[in-house]
Write a protein that binds this ligand. Structure first.
Ligand code: ADE
Length: 224
C-alpha cells in the first residue's frame, strides 16, 4: 500500500508514522507513506496557499491552484485507487469502510485546513470524502492519521498475530468482549473462570455472549 498525504502542516503527520504498528509496517516495506507540503506549491510572490472565501465569512480557504498542481504531479507519477478528502461533511468512517479501502493499493489523502479547500478541487480530483466523526478538527491532518492507522493495521502481515484484527470491536459487527491478562486475581477481582478453563469452545461461546451483551448495552444501533 502507498499513502500520499498532501498537507500545509506535514510536520503534524510525522509522529503517527514513527512509532508502533505503522512504523513497523513501513520498516517491513508493507506500506509507504509520503508527506507532501502544499507550501511547496504556493503561488505568487507572496507564496500563498490560502485566501478569503467568496461570499465572506470568517476563515481562509485553500486555493485551487497549489492543490491542483500538487495533486496533478502525483497523479502523473502513478494511478490512485482513491483520492480522499478528509472533511467533516464526508461519509463517516467505520470499520466496514476501512476493510473495503484496505484492499486498495494507492491512496492520496488531502488535508484541508482552516475552512477547507476550494469546491472545484473536490469536483476535479476527489473521488471520496471521509469524515472521522461528527466534530470539527482544525484540519484534516489528524483525520488522515486516523484513517491511515486504521488501514495500515489491516494490511496482511502488519499485525504479528494475523487473527488479531479479526477479534477487534466492529470486525464482526459487535463490540469486543472484556479482556484480561495476568495476574488471575487483582485487588480481589478475579478473571472469569471460563477464560482459564482451557476449553476453547466454551471460551469462544463466553466471548460471543459478552460481546453481544456489551453491544446491546452500549451500541444497540449496531445490532440493527
Ligand atoms: N477535518 C476537520 N474535521 C474533520 C473530521 N471530523 N473528519 C475529517 N476531516 C476533518
Amino acid at each position: 500500500m502507498r499513502i500520499d498525504i498532501i498537507s500545509v502542516l506535514p510536520e503534524l503527520l510525522k509522529s503517527p508514522f514513527s512509532a508502533s504498528i505503522s512504523k513497523r509496517a513501513i520498516e517491513k516495506g508493507l506500506v509507504q507513506v509520503r508527506l507532501h507540503d502544499l507550501k511547496d506549491y504556493a503561488i505568487g510572490r507572496a507564496k500563498r496557499v490560502d485566501d478569503y472565501a467568496y461570499g465572506g465569512g470568517a476563515g481562509m480557504v485553500l486555493m485551487p491552484e497549489p492543490l491542483d498542481k500538487a495533486i496533478s504531479k502525483l497523479k502523473a507519477e502513478r494511478e490512485y485507487d482513491a483520492v480522499v478528502y478528509l472533511t467533516p461533511d464526508g461519509e463517516t468512517l467505520d470499520q466496514r469502510c476501512c476493510n473495503q479501502l484496505s484492499l486498495k493499493e494507492n491512496f492520496m489523502l488531502i488535508c484541508g485546513h482552516y475552512k477547507g479547500i476550494d469546491q472545484r478541487i473536490r469536483e476535479m480530483h476527489v473521488t471520496r470524502e471521509i469524515s472521522i466523526g461528527d466534530y470539527v478538527l482544525s484540519g484534516g491532518e489528524l483525520a488522515a492519521a486516523v484513517l491511515s492507522d486504521a488501514l495500515i493495521r489491516l494490511i496482511p502481515g502488519v499485525l504479528n498475530d494475523e487473527t488479531a484484527a479479526l477479534s477487534d470491536s466492529f470486525q464482526d459487527g459487535l463490540l469486543a468482549p472484556p479482556i484480561y491478562t495476568r495476574p488471575a486475581a487483582y485487588k480481589g477481582k478475579s478473571v472469569p473462570e471460563v477464560l482459564r478453563s482451557g476449553n476453547f469452545l466454551k471460551i469462544q461461546q463466553w466471548q460471543h455472549e459478552q460481546a453481544l451483551k456489551r453491544t446491546e448495552k452500549r451500541r444497540p444501533d449496531l445490532l440493527g
